[in-house]
Design a protein around this ligand. Structure first.
Ligand SMILES: Nc1nc2c(ncn2[C@@H]2O[C@H](COP(=O)(O)OP(=O)(O)O)[C@@H](O)[C@H]2O)c(=O)[nH]1
Ligand SMILES: [Mg+2]
Length: 199
């Protein structure tokens, strides 16, 4: 349940990025606290929900995890259209995935949704020894593109909750309150709820 007096924000969030960068793993870590070394590739897209309670708002994320393969590219607009937040993921140990991430960012920018909260995520930080994409390079690109940059590891959980917390905070600032008829107790498959209390 939402905290008393807390407003409720329902936000569509889309994950984009090359296949194998860890999009599904990031979401599974956030929603279920799970990680699999042999994560099955996503076919088409997968849907998850998770509720994040901040002091200022309760954010219910409707998360679309896309497949990433080129053959599904034409489906992508269906998932990012109407999204309040987009997370573009690359693998810090794979330069090609960073090049691909930049293309996704450019595609999102062409859609012209100025209020879209965008995050660039360098995942697989546990593979630091194999790093191919420099932090400065990724940070510079994200700043130029009006997004924030974060490095994560779905494997170790590093920065996973912080990533969604940062998005939720930005959404709470940007989005008006939504006194919808949404019943948080019936929020689909979401079982656990995350409370974040720092400001
Ligand atoms: N070392 C490491 N492997 C990861 C991490 N995240 C995902 N993987 C692995 O990378 C592979 C692809 O992950 P997946 O979530 O299916 O990527 P997706 O295609 O972007 O959804 C799987 O074998 C995962 O176990 C991570 O943070 N560190
Ligand atoms: Mg996947």
């Amino acid at each position: 349940m939402a905290r008393p007096g807390s407003r409720i924000i329902q936000a569509k969030l889309v994950l984009l990025g090359d296949m194998g960068t860890g999009k599904t793993s990031l979401v599974l870590r956030f929603v279920k606290g799970q990680f699999f070394d042999h994560q099955e590739p996503t076919i088409g897209a997968a849907f998850f929900t998770q509720i994040l309670s901040l002091n200022e708002a309760t954010v219910k994320f409707d998360i679309w995890d896309t497949a990433g393969q080129e053959r599904y590219h034409s489906l992508a607009p269906m998932y990012y259209r109407g999204a309040a937040a987009a997370v573009v993921v690359f693998d810090i140990s794979n330069m090609d995935s960073f090049v691909r991430a930049k293309k996704w960012v450019q595609e999102l920018q062409r859609q012209g949704n100025a209020s879209l909260v965008m995050a660039l995520v360098g995942n697989k930080l546990d593979l630091e020894a194999k790093r191919e994409v420099g932090i400065e390079e990724a940070e510079e690109f994200s700043q130029e593109s009006g997004m924030f940059y974060m490095e994560t590891s779905a494997k170790t959980s590093y920065n996973i909750n912080d990533l969604f917390y940062e998005i939720a905070k930005r959404l709470a600032k940007a989005l008006p309150s939504q006194p919808t008829r949404m019943n948080l107790r019936n929020a689909g498959e979401t079982r656990n709820r995350i409370f974040c209390c720092s400001s």
